[in-house]
Design a protein around this ligand. Structure first.
Ligand SMILES: *Cc1c(COP(=O)(O)O)cnc(C)c1O
Length: 409
């Protein structure tokens, strides 16, 4: 019996697709996806080799172009995002580099939110600026600002929702309408929600970008990235970029993330539930001035977030400590962070282990105090990427530092 790839019934649920799609079995009939560590692929004959190299026939040739394990990851992620296709990249930033190289040329214009991931702003604004690509950075939440920024040369709108660390949410459908009105594309960085909670193409986005390093792997092991979208862009535009520029996803990393996708749904549910419980608890602590979390009714875009994110807030939240001046606020924040005994002090997110960080001196540390204040990043701000630690242990760990704040000078 040939078990290499059984035809799956149509209309399977997303949970089933996450564990079943793209299980390309070898002759051995393994039940877990095989890992193909091979940089080159043997061709049956010179004619076949020629057809595969010219792209008229499918087939693996060389690892920079494609690999069976990477292809399995791409097919499974596309099924979960509901897009025709996906393409892997070495990291999330590699995916953004691939997107910009594929879509933009000198004289083209991009509109981005100024609350986006710091390296994204540096890559598009600074690096692509060198090659004559112009970028306008606008408010994350004010659609009128996005509209006012559009030009005849605008080719791409790039949004991220929710953002890091203040969890600001943008209206994907409204931005898609703006983009399409001027013949541009809308790409969405879907790192914080993952396809388990939010599928941007359902709201009109053209491309979805991922850092597989975050929730897709979900256990803090490897770097990975991907773009999801229509075949004509993935195969015809981005495929040649990866093949020539080489931001290729390593097969081992693809395999780790492929297996991570199988548990993505239950992890996002459980970590969102944990985050909501921590957020509600933090709102009640007298030392906390404000909690930023889309799952809270106090969040300014709560209703929009619930519509876009399957009714869940995701697993990242931030909170501001009370503190009269910059120095006191920072001292208090460091005290809370340094008093933890369980939670990891790190800047990553999307791990099963809860992670605590101080944006003001890490992700936003290179900004001037004025720029930071304009971005709403105070020295008393703490970010928490909530994992699968028991909720009572997370609260107890935060209480150690919060409890001591009253006695600090
Ligand atoms: C981490 C991250 C990236 C970049 O991903 P890497 O895998 O670290 O290159 C991009 N966007 C967001 C929102 C992220 O959190």
């Amino acid at each position: 019996m040939n078990v290499s790839e059984r035809k799956l019934p149509d209309n399977l649920h997303r949970d089933t697709l996450a564990v079943r799609v793209a299980l390309d079995r070898s002759q051995h009939g393994e039940n877990s996806e095989a890992l193909y560590l091979s940089s080159g692929f043997v061709q049956p004959d010179a004619e076949t080799s020629a057809r595969r190299f010219s792209g008229t026939e499918e087939g693996f040739t060389y690892g920079r172009t494609s690999n069976p394990t990477v292809t399995s990851f791409e097919r499974r992620l596309a099924a979960m995002e509901g897009t025709e296709a996906a393409i892997g990249a070495s990291t999330g930033m590699g995916a953004i580099l691939m997107m910009c190289m594929g879509l933009l040329k000198a004289g083209d214009h991009v509109v981005c939110s100024r609350s986006m991931f710091g390296s994204t702003i540096a890559l598009i604004g600074r690096e692509f600026g060198k090659f004559g690509v112009e970028t306008t950075f606008v408010s994350q939440t004010d659609v009128a600002e996005w509209k006012a920024a559009l030009r005849p040369t605008t080719k791409l709108l790039f949004a991220e929702t929710p953002t890091n660390p203040l969890t600001e949410v943008c209206d994907i459908a409204a931005l898609a309408d703006l983009a399409h009105g001027v013949g541009a594309l809308l790409a969405v960085d879907n790192c914080f929600c993952s396809p388990a909670l939010q599928r941007p193409t359902e709201f009109g986005a053209d491309l979805v970008m991922h850092s597989g390093t975050k929730y897709l792997d979900g256990q803090g092991r490897v770097m990975a990235g991907a773009l999801c979208g229509p075949k004509k862009l993935i195969v015809d535009v981005f495929g040649p970029v990866v093949r020539t520029a080489g931001m290729t996803l390593a097969p081992f990393n693809a395999w780790v993330v492929l297996k991570g996708l199988e548990t993505l749904g239950i992890r996002m549910q459980a970590q969102s539930a944990n985050a909501l419980a921590v957020a509600k608890w933090l709102e009640q602590q007298p030392q906390v001035a404000r909690v930023y979390y889309p799952g809270l009714e106090s969040h300014p875009q709560h209703d929009l977030a619930m519509r876009q994110q399957s009714g869940l807030g995701g697993a990242v939240l931030s909170f501001d400590l009370r503190g009269d001046d910059v120095a006191t606020a920072r001292k208090n924040a460091f005290h809370v962070i340094d008093s933890t005994q369980v939670i990891s002090i790190a800047t990553n997110l999307g791990d099963t282990k809860t992670i605590i960080s101080h944006p003001g001196t890490t992700s936003h540390g290179r900004l001037s105090e004025e720029q930071r204040q304009a971005a709403g990043i105070s020295q008393g701000l703490i970010r928490l990427a909530v994992g699968l630690d028991h909720i009572d242990d997370i609260k107890a760990d935060l209480s150690r530092g919060l409890g001591g704040l009253d006695t600090l000078a």
